[in-house]
Design a protein around this ligand. Structure first.
Ligand code: ASP
Length: 311
């Protein structure tokens, strides 16, 4: 119905497709709140989660999304996969595809892994669940559904703070903002900004306090130490928290109505103070809840189940 064969990233998606997924996602929120959390939409469909990088939220979310819609869901993680025995990524992909899953959900540290595999696995829909520092489309859908349910995302100013350079979430938001009509502001020390950041055409500052007025969302990012090659990216955790951590005082400066978001996992006391993470302004757990609903929508659309089962 919406012409979506794979979901590699926000790049390549059209506004109508995003809106379609958000509306479908919103219609699924209720399934997870019923006493019996099950719908038959994906009965007879098989989803394989293939995760080469650690994940709690995204992997569990895809698993629950598939199961709530009655799909058969199989999880494979790098530590238990045959790549540990020397099998290539392509061989692992082709082996799994030979078992005829409808959807393969992949997380990998290398950007472009999903596009690469899709050239060989022609019968399987592929979802990017995060590829290196490149894209994380279902996180952005999660965030937009959360904003939609909190009153809307259009015209909003989302201030993203922290490790922008390694953040696939920030990158996907920068692409989505142009498409969906909201604004992204970036706040980070020079060492945690991508090179040529100007090409995104958004406001960029090194001063968090300067970026707070006018923000509708303060979106905090984890420092991705697993991707840091420069041990001098910032002086110390304490100084980082002072300059770039979201505390009560900064939240108060943002004014009433400003929401706090985080894609998780949070490092309390580093990018976000504990009382702010648990405050009434926080939508962090709503993001997690809505993540299940948008992934239900993505799996449904890719399985063709939104057209009554015709693929
Ligand atoms: N969960 C997000 C991601 O997978 C953000 C993070 O890991 O810090 O990109």
């Amino acid at each position: 119905m919406m012409g979506l064969r794979h979901l590699f990233g926000i790049a390549g998606l059209e506004k109508e497709q995003m809106e379609y997924l958000l509306n479908l996602g919103e219609s699924f929120v209720d399934v997870s709140r019923r006493p019996i959390r099950k719908a038959p939409t994906l009965r007879g469909k098989t989803v394989i989660n293939l995760f080469f990088e650690n994940s709690t939220r995204t992997r569990t979310s895809f698993e629950i999304a598939g199961k709530r819609l009655s799909a058969d869901v199989i999880n494979i993680s790098a530590s238990t996969s045959a790549t540990k025995k020397g099998e290539s990524l392509l061989d692992t992909g082709q082996t799994l595809a030979a078992m005829q899953p409808h959807v393969l959900v992949i997380r990998h540290s290398v950007a472009g892994t999903c596009e690469f595999l899709s050239e060989y696995l022609t019968n399987t829909a592929i979802v990017n669940a995060g590829d290196g520092a490149h894209e994380h489309p279902t996180q952005v859908l999660t965030d937009l559904l959360t904003l939609k349910m909190a009153g809307g995302y259009e015209g909003k100013v989302v201030t993203m703070v922290g490790d922008i350079s390694h953040s696939r979430v920030a990158r996907s938001h920068l692409l989505a903002a142009k498409l969906m009509g909201y604004q992204v502001r970036l706040v980070a020390p020079k060492t945690l900004l991508p090179s040529q950041v100007e090409r995104y055409g958004c406001e960029v500052t090194h001063d968090f306090d300067e970026a707070i007025p006018g923000s509708d969302v303060l979106y905090m990012l984890r420092v991705q130490s697993e991707r840091l090659t420069d041990s001098c990216a910032f002086p110390s955790i304490r100084e980082y928290h002072e300059a770039y951590g979201l505390n009560r005082k900064r939240l108060a400066a943002a004014g009433e109505g400003c929401l706090v978001m985080h894609p998780g996992p949070m490092n309390r006391g580093v990018e976000i103070a504990t009382d702010v993470a648990d405050s009434a302004s926080s939508r962090i757990l709503n993001q997690v809840e809505n993540g299940v609903a948008v992934r239900m929508a993505v799996l449904t659309a890719l399985c063709g189940a939104d057209t009554g089962g015709e693929e």
